[in-house]
Design a protein around this ligand. Structure first.
Ligand code: ADP
Length: 470
């Protein structure tokens, strides 16, 4: 093996202690696999009051007071499994004492302060890391700040774009004060100054270079295409493992179709009871998602009604919703309050999410855009068939049962192209028809999906090429 690398990640989420969406899973899974392959990893994270502290080991103060131009912080160290974490706690400020991770009016100020503190921490290290891997806009200011430090010139900076919709608008005065050239957003700064930029699937890499998918950054990305790489996310195969998952009613192995079927049946019966759904053999369609416009809420609502109409059951676990979208779903919940075939749940519930993956027959992901998407990968790992809109990472990982251009053994779900009701009807009707009348086909989809390797092994090889270009 080549010399091990010293890699520092700076992120705002880390599963399972601080997770809003897929970013947390990615930082966790990627870091674990890098360590497994012999590298050193350190993760810098804000010290949120809402961290799941029970899961942390050896939490202690590392540097009681670290001062920099904007203020001072305490640096804590801790372990999560075998991951080494540093938690940044602002002093005399309440930046991360908000009971949540994002969505505060001063998000920009909070994460700018965090970025400055991270840079200061790097400067205190006897040996700087080889790689500084920044995730999304929140810590992206660290990249141009770092470039101004002569002693840190040897560090290779990598920015991963997990979702271009969120960019972090810059305050021009702040950039002037920091002597950083003008820019509209922190993501723009990161893309401009990072040594390498990655995004989370090959298809999304192409989409973000178009005016439709680029959220205003397409021209900048096209200009920087030589340093841009699309690397598909993995999922941590230990964390997402129906054989060992503590959240399941019944654990099951993926070694044969009958094991999968037995396991899923037991979990499904339990889930129905838990959520007050009528016990039945009807197809169980589920959706585990943030309730934001990216995820196609109108299509989710439409599919829900269509599933009921066609004699199925539907479970939604929806979190972090924008108020208008959550309101629409709450109205649906009221309208169908007495319907025993529908369960709408509005929270982030890790345990229930696992049970749903293990129980559902079909997992619905009708996203308008999807950088990678993890829920389709998790679904397949639990023997659940994904039904997805063909976009971003969904297009890279789910292949329709009726796609003649893909070998039969690689077909693992149902897909549709256009995000409209006709598109989703087409996919959903075929899926429900297949469930009812073509069990052989249905089982082949379960088997094809469950055999796939979505671990981080291959993706880490791709990241190493970015970390260590030849
Ligand atoms: P995004 O990052 O855009 O939310 P991904 O598909 O990349 O979408 O990742 C979603 C992650 O968040 C998965 O691990 C999924 O299980 C989890 N998740 C999404 N919604 C919920 C929810 N309501 N409760 C629990 N976990 C959720």
């Amino acid at each position: 093996m080549d010399t091990p690398l010293d890699i520092m990640h700076i992120a705002t989420e880390l599963a399972p202690i601080a997770k809003v969406g897929g970013l947390g899973d990615v930082v966790y899974g990627l870091s674990k696999e890098l360590i497994r392959q012999g590298h050193f990893v350190e993760i810098l994270l804000p010290k949120y009051d809402c961290l799941d502290y029970q899961l942390l080991k050896n939490l202690k103060v590392e540097i009681p007071e670290l001062s920099f131009d904007a203020g001072s912080v305490t640096i804590w160290s801790a372990n999560l499994d075998n991951l080494s974490i540093k938690l940044i706690e602002p002093l005399a400020r309440d930046d991360f004492l908000r009971g949540k991770i994002y969505g505060e009016p001063d998000d920009i100020e909070r994460f700018v302060y965090f970025s400055q503190a991270c840079l200061k921490y790097i400067l205190t290290k006897k040996t700087p890391p080889n790689i500084l891997h920044i995730h999304d806009w929140h810590p992206a200011l660290t990249i141009p700040l770092l470039q101004k430090e002569k002693s840190l010139k040897s560090i290779r900076t990598v920015l991963t774009l997990h979702n271009l919709e969120y960019q972090g608008q810059c305050n021009p005065q702040l950039l002037t004060d920091l002597k950083i050239p003008p820019a509209n957003s922190f993501l723009e700064l990161g893309i401009t100054y990072a040594d390498a930029v990655t995004t989370v699937s090959p298809t999304y890499e192409k989409e973000i270079q178009t005016s439709i998918g680029g959220w205003g950054l397409d021209k900048l990305l096209t200009k920087n295409v030589s340093k841009l790489t699309g690397i598909l996310n993995g999922i941590d195969p230990e964390y997402w493992n129906p054989e060992k998952d503590p959240h399941l009613f019944q654990k099951y192995s993926l070694s044969s179709l009958s094991h999968i079927q037995h396991g899923k049946k037991a979990n499904q019966a339990h889930l129905r009871q838990l959520l007050g759904l009528t016990p039945s053999h009807l197809p169980l369609v589920a959706c585990v998602t943030r309730l934001v416009s990216q995820k196609g809420p109108q299509l989710i609502a439409h599919a829900l009604l269509r599933t009921l109409e066609k004699g199925g059951q539907f479970v939604l676990l929806g979190s972090s919703g924008t108020p208008e979208i959550t309101h629409e779903f709450r109205l649906l919940k009221e309208r169908f309050a007495d319907n025993p075939h529908l369960s709408l749940n509005f929270d982030r519930n890790e345990s229930l999410a696992h049970l749903i993956y293990a129980s559902a027959d079909l997992l619905l992901i009708p996203s308008l855009f999807e950088p990678c998407g993890l829920t389709q990968l998790i679904a397949m790992r639990y023997g659940t068939i994904p039904l997805v809109r063909k976009t971003g990472g969904l297009a890279d990982t789910v292949f329709d049962i009726d796609t003649a251009t893909v070998p039969v053994t690689q077909r693992n779900g149902f897909t549709f192209d256009f995000p409209d009701t006709a598109g989703i009807n087409w996919a959903l009707d075929r899926a429900l028809e297949c469930f009812a009348h073509d069990k052989k086909k249905w089982h082949s989809l379960i088997e094809n999906g469950s055999k796939l390797d979505f671990s981080w092994k291959q993706s880490v090889q791709d990241y190493l090429k970015v970390y260590r270009p030849s």
